[in-house]
Every structure is written in C-alpha cells, then in structure tokens.
Design a protein around this ligand. Structure first.
Ligand code: NAG
Ligand code: NAG
Ligand code: NAG
Ligand code: NAG
Ligand code: NAG
Ligand code: CU
Length: 225
C-alpha cells in the first residue's frame, strides 16, 4: 500500500536567480517515490515562481501526471534533452497557454499519461520562462551528463523559448483527485463538461479546435469510466 499524498522533499537551497540566467544553481524538487500504474501525481506550474513543483518525478507506466496552473500565465510542453525550450517534434505534448487570475490553481488542468519509462523533458512555453529555468523531467535518465541542471544551463544559453504550434498529447479537464494507490484513477470522472481551457496566450483557431477536440476526448473517457 502507498501512503496517501505526495511528500515532496523541499530542499532548503537558494532559489534560482531568474534574471541572471544562472540556472545551474536552481532548486530541484523531487517527488518522493515511483507511483504505480493508474495513479496520478500533480505538478504545480508557477506556484513558487518560474518553477514546476516538483520538477523531477518518477512515474510508472500507466500512471498520470496532472499539471495545475498558477497565475499569471504558463504552459507545459515536451522537449528533448538536447534541444531545451523547443518542442520535441510535431507530436510533442503541449497544454496551450493558461492565463489564471486570482490565487490559483486554475480549475482546469492538463494531464498526460505515461506510456513508457523513457525520460520526458518538459518546459514552460511562455516567453522567457524556460530559459529562466522553468523546466522539469519525468523519469530522469541515469546518464549523469543528462541532468535537469545541465538542461537548465543549456536553456539559459539558448535564451529562447519556442512555443509549440498545437495543443495536443494530453487531456484538458477539471482537476482530478490525486490518488497515490494503484487501484483507482479518478481522472476526468467529474460531472460537468470539461472546460476547454487553453484559449489564452494567443491561441489560433486551429488550437481552439484542437483543444475542443481534446475536451471531447476527455468527455469520452469520462463516459467510459
Ligand atoms: C516524437 O518523438 C517521440 C519520442 O522519441 C517518438 O516516439 C515519436 O514517434 C516522435 N513523433 C514524430 C512525429 O516524429
Ligand atoms: C483558467 O485558464 C483558462 C485558460 O487560460 C482561462 O480562460 C480561465 O479564466 C482560467 N481560470 C481562472 C479562474 O483564472
Ligand atoms: C550521456 O549523455 C551525453 C550527453 O547527452 C551523451 O553524449 C552520451 O552519449 C550519453 N551516454 C550514454 C551512455 O548514453
Ligand atoms: C528562437 O526560436 C524561434 C522559433 O524556433 C526562431 O525562429 C528564432 O530564430 C530563435 N531565436 C534565437 C535567437 O535563437
Ligand atoms: C501516450 O499514448 C497516447 C496514445 O497513443 C498519446 O495520446 C499520448 O500523447 C502519449 N503520452 C505521452 C506522454 O506521450
Ligand atoms: Cu511559465
């Protein structure tokens, strides 16, 4: 059995100096343990400044990672290790931009499913955020030449965040209760029509259609569960 909730190790390390681009010194927050298939882990996007919390996760195949967005404007997108702050390829996941008012988190989340144990590098697609260190990794590689710190240093050197073109690769919908056990998944079982959230940060018409489609998928999943 798993104890309920995620325990984050909050390292008392100095926060990254975002303006200076000295990303090598940034804090790493690591999720406590691998989480079993069917469970959900939550990543806060921008709750603590220009960071994902946690920014390093271990996630089992079949589990989900739910991104919760805080004010003012953030997104999450998938890159490679080699090219930080740019889409992995044309099928890379991208939440679209979330503009959140109030205290957050936004009630609408973006949730990806972990299909394999290959490393997943992710970043915020909002201009300047990635090169300021706003990035993370799921199932980090054992290769010590491929750490998040090295990614962040390379991102600062690139100094350019590329926003993906298409919202895809995840489910946009109401926040699901975070489950730490292996048995139940509460993703997208909520009552109402999932909100098609990703309309801000200057999405074009195609993006809105895409996010509408994702919302339809969320409905279908909810209906099937
Ligand atoms: C994008 O990269 C992933 C991971 O390497 C790969 O599985 C996928 O097929 C690629 N998609 C395209 C369109 O190249
Ligand atoms: C949540 O994000 C969506 C998409 O950006 C936005 O339209 C909505 O206003 C946000 N909700 C709040 C409470 O800010
Ligand atoms: C480790 O990562 C470095 C930098 O990306 C790469 O050049 C090297 O080939 C990797 N080593 C292995 C064994 O994959
Ligand atoms: C930043 O990225 C965009 C999109 O990929 C590209 O067109 C531009 O040339 C890049 N700028 C720099 C300075 O690398
Ligand atoms: C997992 O597979 C599904 C179905 O092919 C795909 O939609 C999704 O983007 C994949 N997840 C990731 C993180 O690539
Ligand atoms: Cu951001």
């Amino acid at each position: 059995m798993y104890t309920r909730g995620l325990i984050l190790s909050l390292l008392p390390v100095a926060l990254c100096q975002y303006g200076g681009g000295n990303a090598g010194s940034s804090t790493t927050t690591t999720a406590a343990a691998a989480v079993a298939s069917g469970s959900i882990q939550t990543v806060s996007v921008g709750e603590d400044g220009l960071v994902f919390s946690p920014n390093t996760l271990t996630a089992a195949v079949g589990s989900k990672v739910q991104f919760e967005f805080y004010p003012p404007t953030h997104s999450v997108a998938q890159s490679s290790f080699e090219n930080p702050c740019a889409p992995l390829n044309s099928s890379a996941f991208f939440s679209g931009g979330f503009t959140t008012t109030g205290n957050g988190p936004n009630a609408t989340t973006f949730t990806i499913t972990i299909n394999d144990t290959a490393p997943i590098w992710f970043y915020c697609g909002f201009p300047t955020h990635c090169e300021s260190g706003m990035a993370g990794v799921i199932n980090p590689p054992s290769n010590t030449s491929q750490t998040l710190s090295i990614y962040q240093a390379a991102a600062a050197a690139v100094g350019n965040t590329t926003r993906p073109k298409s919202v895809q690769g995840g489910v946009i919908g109401p926040a699901a209760a975070v489950s730490s056990g292996a048995s139940t998944s509460t993703a997208a079982t909520a009552t109402a029509t999932p909100t098609s959230g990703a309309t801000a940060e200057s999405l074009g018409r195609v993006d809105i259609v895409t996010s509408g489609f994702i919302a339809m998928i969320a409905c279908a999943i909810a209906a099937a569960m």
